[in-house]
Design a protein around this ligand. Structure first.
Ligand code: PLP
Length: 397
């Protein structure tokens, strides 16, 4: 396949920018080096692997003009009222560094996760920690094993640092091919990355099988488990791999306040891992320095607001059920989701689809993998989902 490499300068030329000069899809402008350029096909779509393509629209929407912004898996209900109140109360403290306050948050998280505070590293969003881990663990090269398709943030940074990616396709039931991933591990493998539930498919891998896998494989190489969407499961805490940290296993568990807590713009995330792993990362980078005083207090308040989390979870489920029903009525298939988004196959070129949905003022994402084109739609409010299904009916008619 003929491909075109587009470097940052060409990005500017290609006009994939807003009027203010900010890329609207920052997820595809990260970690680009000459070693690991983002590869585009002739139509300007991003090729993450030979099997995994993301369609990039010809023109990006002015996000403020969208009637339904369903392209970034944001929680439409957040932040929690208690978090907003906390933000307001401490706004005037913005002149201070928040060392002491950060430890307050760490202690609270440690208590919730049942681990020692020294097993926790904070960051401004989990992306920061995915990227720092990807950078530090691959300084001497090596390879990373992950599912394909999966969430690309850590993998892209690892590649840019010098790693090679060994993608292992998801199984037919959309779960991780744990056996295949274990077989893919070789003498150069420095890490296995697992996103569970997985983005962009929304699918889940059985927690018992994953626990066995992590327990066994982490004896050979560190296993990174990204649990960004686990909060949307009613028994999410039970399905977490975090308990393995107390068993001394070399696992790194990532969590974020961006999803169930609805704090994507406030930027708080953390990883739970062995102290020696965190030391390795923190020898080069600093954890928690990027989190603002106000966000720390918002996170503390949000953790106490279980009513908000329960309500987010219930409304997300309601939106998913509405979309399932609508897709079924329209004769469309979908992948059962354990997250705050749904993917379903579309019989239309992804670029054209994005364009047409944008004309209806609906922002979604489009991919190609497993030989099909897919729409990924985030769960907004029920009203937003109605706007989405109405646009979809027109566009795919
Ligand atoms: N991990 C997964 C699987 C995600 O989908 C996302 C964001 O969409 C992130 C991590 C990063 O989230 P944040 O940096 O906001 O914590």
């Amino acid at each position: 396949m003929e491909t075109t490499d587009i470097n940052r300068r060409n990005w500017l030329k290609s006009g994939i920018l807003t009027a203010s000069g900010i890329t609207l899809f920052p997820h595809i402008s990260f970690a680009e080096t000459t070693k690991a350029p983002i590869v585009f096909d002739n139509d300007g779509n991003a090729l993450y692997s030979p099997f995994f393509k993301e369609y990039i629209p010809e023109k990006f929407p002015e996000e403020d003009t969208l009637l339904a912004k369903l392209n970034a898996n944001e929680n439409p209900y957040g932040p929690s009222p208690k978090a907003i109140e906390a933000l307001k109360n401490v706004a005037a403290k913005g002149n201070r560094y928040a060392w002491k306050e950060l430890f307050k948050l760490i202690d609270k998280i440690a208590l919730k996760e049942g681990v020692d505070p020294k097993n926790i590293m904070m960051g401004p969003g989990s992306s920061d920690l995915l990227e720092k881990t990807g950078m530090v663990l691959f300084l001497d090269g090596g390879n990373i094993v992950s599912a394909d398709p999966s969430y690309m943030s850590l993998i892209r940074v690892a590649e840019a640092t010098g790693a090679t990616w060994k993608p292992v396709p998801l199984k037919e039931d959309w779960s991780h091919d744990l056996e295949g991933m274990e077989t893919a591990i070789d003498g150069d493998t420095k890490m296995v990355y697992i996103c569970n539930p997985n983005n962009p498919t929304g699918s889940i891998t059985d927690s018992k099988s994953l626990l066995d896998f992590c327990s066994r494989v982490s004896e050979k190489v560190p296993v990174f488990v990204d649990e960004a969407y686990l909060g949307f499961l009613e028994d999410g805490a039970k399905q977490s791999m975090v308990g393995l940290v107390n068993e001394g296993k070399d696992v790194i568990i990532a969590r974020t306040f961006s999803k169930i807590h609805g704090m994507a713009g406030l930027r708080v995330g953390y990883i739970v891992a062995q102290e020696k792993t965190l030391d390795k990362i923190q020898k080069i980078t600093r954890g928690g320095m990027g989190i603002s005083y106000t966000s720390i207090y918002a996170a503390i308040a949000s953790m106490d607001d279980t009513e908000f989390q329960n309500s987010s979870r219930a409304k997300n489920k309601e939106a998913r059920e509405y979309v399932y029903k609508s897709l079924k009525n329209m004769g469309y298939d979908y992948v059962t989701s354990y997250t705050s988004f749904i993917i379903f196959p579309i019989e239309m070129d992804g670029k054209l689809f994005l364009q047409k949905m944008m004309e209806k003022k609906v922002g979604v994402r489009a991919f190609e993998f497993m030989g099909k084109n897919w729409c990924r739609v985030s769960m907004g409010t029920l009203d937003e989902m109605k706007i989405f299904t109405s646009a979809l009916t027109d566009v795919l008619a």
